[in-house]
Design a protein. Structure first.
Length: 204
C-alpha cells in the first residue's frame, strides 16, 4: 500500500514539473515572436541634378521663403521648324578646287613661287663705322690770378666750389689735377685719371 502511494506522489511531482517547464517554454517562445526589433536605419537621401537643362540653375528660395516669379523662358522662343532655304543654299555651292587630287600620289602639288632676291648695291661695301671715344670731361677748376714770390716764381689761385687752392707748378690739386705751367692769362693743368691736358683761362 505504501509503495503505490509513493508512486502516485512521484507521478504528481513529475506532472507538475512538466507543466512548469511547458509554461516556461511557451513564455520564451511568445517573447521571441513578439519582441520588437529596432527599425533599420533610413537610407541617406541623395539629391541629383536634373540633366534635362544644364544651363538653368536650381531654384533657390528667397530670403523671405518665397521663390521669385519667372517672367520668361528662352526655350519657348526656339523654333524647331526645319529651314530648307539654308540647306538648299549649301547644296548649290560648287567647290572648284585647284585641280590636285589629294588622294593620289601622282598628282603634283602646285608650283611654289620663287622668292625675289633683293637688289644688291653696286660698288664696294661701305667701311665699318669707326668708334670715336667721347671727349674727356672739362677740368673743374677756375683760375682767378697769381701770386708772385721773391724768387720770381708764381703760384696760382684756383677755386673749385667753396675750396680755394694756392698751387705752384708741380703741385697736385684734389689728388687728380697736376699744375704744369702758370701763364699770365691761364694755367696749364693735366688731368691724371683721364690723361688729358687742358688750359684753364683766367676768370673775369
Amino acid at each position: 500500500m505504501n509503495l503505490g502511494l509513493e508512486n502516485k506522489k512521484k507521478a504528481i511531482w513529475a506532472g507538475s514539473l512538466g507543466g512548469v517547464a511547458l509554461l516556461f517554454f511557451i513564455w520564451q517562445l511568445s517573447g521571441f515572436f513578439t519582441s520588437s526589433t529596432p527599425p533599420p536605419p533610413a537610407a541617406p537621401v541623395i539629391k541629383t541634378l536634373s540633366t534635362t537643362n544644364t544651363h538653368e540653375p536650381a531654384a533657390m528660395p528667397s530670403p523671405g521663403g518665397r521663390n521669385a516669379e519667372p517672367i520668361a523662358n528662352t526655350a519657348a522662343q526656339l523654333d524647331p521648324t526645319l529651314r530648307m532655304e539654308g540647306m538648299n543654299d549649301a547644296e548649290s555651292l560648287v567647290y572648284g578646287g585647284s585641280g590636285r587630287n589629294i588622294f593620289s600620289t601622282q598628282s603634283a602639288p602646285p608650283p611654289i613661287p620663287k622668292a625675289i632676291a633683293p637688289a644688291r648695291p653696286k660698288g664696294p661695301p661701305p667701311p665699318p663705322p669707326v668708334y670715336v671715344p667721347p671727349p674727356p670731361p672739362p677740368i673743374q677748376l677756375q683760375f682767378f690770378g697769381t701770386e708772385a714770390q721773391k724768387d720770381g716764381s708764381k703760384r696760382a689761385f684756383l677755386v673749385n666750389g667753396d675750396d680755394v687752392f694756392l698751387a705752384a707748378p708741380g703741385d697736385i690739386v684734389e689728388r687728380r689735377y697736376k699744375i704744369l705751367n702758370i701763364l699770365p692769362n691761364g694755367v696749364v693743368i693735366h688731368d691724371l685719371p683721364n690723361n688729358d691736358t687742358q688750359t684753364v683761362n683766367l676768370s673775369q
